[in-house]
Design a protein around this ligand. Sequence first.
Ligand SMILES: Nc1ncnc2c1ncn2[C@@H]1O[C@H](COP(=O)(O)OP(=O)(O)OP(=O)(O)O)[C@@H](O)[C@H]1O
Length: 283
Amino acid sequence: MLAVNNVTKKYNDFTALENIDLEFENGVYGLLAPNGAGKTTLIKMLTTLLFPTKGEILWEGTDIRALDEKYRDIIGYLPQEFGYYKNYSPRQFLDYLAALKGIDKHDSKEKITELMELVALEDVFDKKMRKFSGGMIQRVGIAQALLNDPKILILDEPTAGLDPKERVRFRNMISGLSKDRIVILSTHIVSDIETIANQVIMFKDHKLFCNDSPSHICNTLEGKVYETWDIENVKTPHILLTQRQEGDNTLVKFATDIEYNGEARRVTPTLEDVFLYVYNDGV
Ligand SMILES: Nc1ncnc2c1ncn2[C@@H]1O[C@H](COP(=O)(O)OP(=O)(O)OP(=O)(O)O)[C@@H](O)[C@H]1O
């Protein structure tokens, strides 16, 4: 188990995360929050690129700082800005990274072939990456994060640059990978995680806001989300969530903490509704 115990991270006087407690076991965890909420800060601490100002992060009961190299051997990481060499083919690039990670040449050859099939890049295995789409590069990024068969796979905004078809493909792949490992992925795109995350983690005001299953999180807004054609009456304190144009009319979805007296239909809240409601006034 990976445990984050009472972790605070400060950048000088600015507190990016405060008193965070989290536990991770095998499965998919979605860090869902707008930009600036602290997702990357947490990920950098989980990958030992940054250290907590206060608190500790434990793997199987031992501080990851003390485990050092042993801990880095069991993590796979795809950073937000994934650096690669345009003139390398995926084979050359993964060979190079496997050597850096100290993986035996014979083992890595087999592993790289297997990973290329997993991310469906076997047809372009020996093609230079300079002509690859954003989605193809992300798939190379995921393959490199899996080179050491990590027990903890950490992906920072992994669907950036993917088209809708690639997003679906990515989700299916992540579900498969999470059977025997911890997968932690950060995103501000609700649809990336609502169907695959076992747990969704949200931060608010730099503190942990929730860590629960998508359905439980949706239940927190039960009875508070409505749809109406009467856009004029959706004013503060009601919170406008989404609008959809239908012919000459606009169907408005809103959330409210008080009784609504106008004509409106109560609807089942989605994770996107919760996201818009929670971050209505910022991170
Ligand atoms: N090195 C730093 N020095 C000072 N402030 C920082 C530093 N890194 C991050 N921050 C601030 O900490 C807060 C959290 O940043 P972080 O990058 O963790 O957010 P995020 O949710 O990952 O957003 P993004 O997706 O944009 O990276 C932001 O307000 C950011 O400006």
